[in-house]
Design a protein around this ligand. Structure first.
Ligand code: F0G
Length: 458
């Protein structure tokens, strides 16, 4: 096969110089930060893969759209432009801006969710789960079993197990289930996509029981790309056609625009029901701002609208997701275990197999994160026992099945040369992996401990 290689459908107009500390300096910085990667100054990080959220590079069109921002308090032109773009792209009638994704969850769940309710879905993201549990309701994970098998190469590991969903509905009763949340792509499961067939099947079950289906849409465009290249019958459809079809099965959506709208801040809610929209208006005004800006500046809504048009272009998505795959392939070549197949926005390194000598109670994924920072100034994020936190009742540490270091790639920010550094650094650590020891927690907050915990080396 002599397939033409891919390259980015953009060139670089402005650059941001990076500071590169040496290894001794980095070792001192992370010790000073008490081994918590969140506590580092970003300036001391060379390649920052802590998240793909809000860390994107905007295009010249988005930057120029900023200048068109209408900062009117109510009914601004920028809101109307953003609304029209979302309506045309995703097909929802009612659009409400919010300052980011979790704010959209806060507003929508305030309107739709009450104590003792149950919300099934495919591995809810932390903030989604947080907003459900905060309201004394329960999130039920109905993802297919293969999602937790790191080596399974299934093309749609974000899929809902329809039998689990049906069992959840019959166990709790539809009246206890105010909505089902489908996260596309599924971040918690490794950035894995949901197939169109599965979206349709979930929607049919929901319709049957008159349960609204809400999409957590942060990475919807990346999901559409996977449908196009992996699911039969979609090869000849454009990303925008696939996106339209995906959302046609949803009754509503929350969006963190910090991902697939390629902006640095923002979010929104999309709805078909006027009644729910009206209820949301009250909460928007209380928590976010007037219903036509909801915590966003007019200029940010302009950039968001432009970003949505760009993120739903095939060439952009091909370059984006191929870069993630490139990093995954380079790491795999070194024999280092990762979650397969590569996700849409991140590579997840299996820290349990990386450091078999470190028990999960000594945080192997955190150890790997610290090691990677010291080795090459690369910052990832622990998705393991530190993040899993303690059981709120028993206060016993929850030990998750998978112990991962997530390397999330910002959109249009780094080159594949940067990816080579990341893979090389992991290879260096891999070669001396037996030398590493665990960490012990010195301080932890009662909830969400991973952000502020401090550690000491064992
Ligand atoms: N839903 C998903 C699937 C997410 O990944 C995130 C954020 C949110 C909702 C919340 O959106 O941050 O705008 O309030 N994920 C980031 C991450 C933080 O690093 O994966 P937000």
């Amino acid at each position: 096969m002599n397939k033409q290689p891919y390259a980015e459908p953009w060139r670089i107009k402005m650059v941001e110089p990076l500071k590169i500390l040496n290894k001794e300096q980095r070792a001192a910085k992370i010790k000073e930060a008490q081994y918590n990667l969140f506590s580092l100054d970003a300036e001391d990080v060379y390649i920052d893969l802590i998240t793909d959220s809000g860390t994107n590079a905007m295009s010249d069109r988005q930057w120029s759209a900023l200048m068109l921002g209408d900062e009117s308090y109510a009914g601004s032109r920028s809101f109307l432009r953003m609304k029209k773009t979302i309506q045309e792209l995703l097909g929802f009638e009612y659009i409400m801006p919010t300052h980011q994704g979790r704010a959209a969850e806060n507003v929508l769940f305030s309107a739709m969710l009450k104590a003792q309710d149950v919300v099934p879905g495919n591995a809810h993201f932390d903030t989604t789960k947080g907003h459900i549990e905060f309201r004394h309701a329960t999130a039920v994970d109905c993802t297919i079993d293969e999602a937790s098998d790191m080596d399974s190469q299934l093309p749609f590991k974000g899929n809902v197990d329809i039998a689990k969903l049906k069992a959840c509905i019959s166990q709790h009763g539809a009246q206890k289930i105010p909505f089902v949340v489908l996260t596309v792509t599924c971040n918690t499961g490794g950035g894995q996509p949901v197939s169109m067939a599965n979206i349709k099947a979930v929607s049919e079950v929901c319709k049957q029981h008159k349960i609204p289906l809400i999409f957590d849409s942060a990475r919807f465009a990346e999901n559409a790309y996977f449908i196009k290249i992996r699911e039969e019958g979609y090869q000849d459809k454009s990303i925008k056609e696939i996106v339209k079809q995906m959302f046609s099965y949803a009754d509503g959506m929350t969006m963190s625009a910090k991902k697939d709208a390629i902006v640095n801040m923002g979010g929104f809610i999309g709805l078909r029901s006027e009644e729910i929209y009206r209820q949301c208006c009250t909460f928007s005004i209380m928590f976010e701002g007037y219903i036509t800006y909801g915590g966003m500046s007019g200029r940010d809504m302009e950039a968001l609208a432009a970003g949505l048009m760009e993120s739903t272009e095939f060439d952009y998505l091909q370059a984006r997701i191929s870069q993630v795959k490139y990093l995954g392939d380079e790491i795999t070549k070194l024999g280092i275990p990762i979650v397969k197949p590569a996700g849409g926005h991140a590579i997840y390194v299996d820290a349990k197999s990386f450091f078999p000598q470190i028990p999960q109670t000594q945080y192997p994924a955190q150890v790997l994160g610290v090691a990677l920072y010291v080795e090459a100034g690369v910052r990832g994020v622990e998705i393991g026992t530190v993040l899993a936190d303690r059981d709120p009742e028993t206060r016993v540490e929850r030990i998750p099945k998978m112990e991962l270091l997530r390397l999330a790639i910002p959109r249009r920010v780094y080159t594949n040369n940067h990816m080579d550094i990341v893979a090389w650094a992991l290879g260096q650590i891999w070669a001396k992996r037996e030398d590493y020891r665990g960490l012990k927690i010195k301080y932890e907050a009662p909830i969400m401990r991973h952000f502020t915990a401090t550690f000491e080396a064992l």
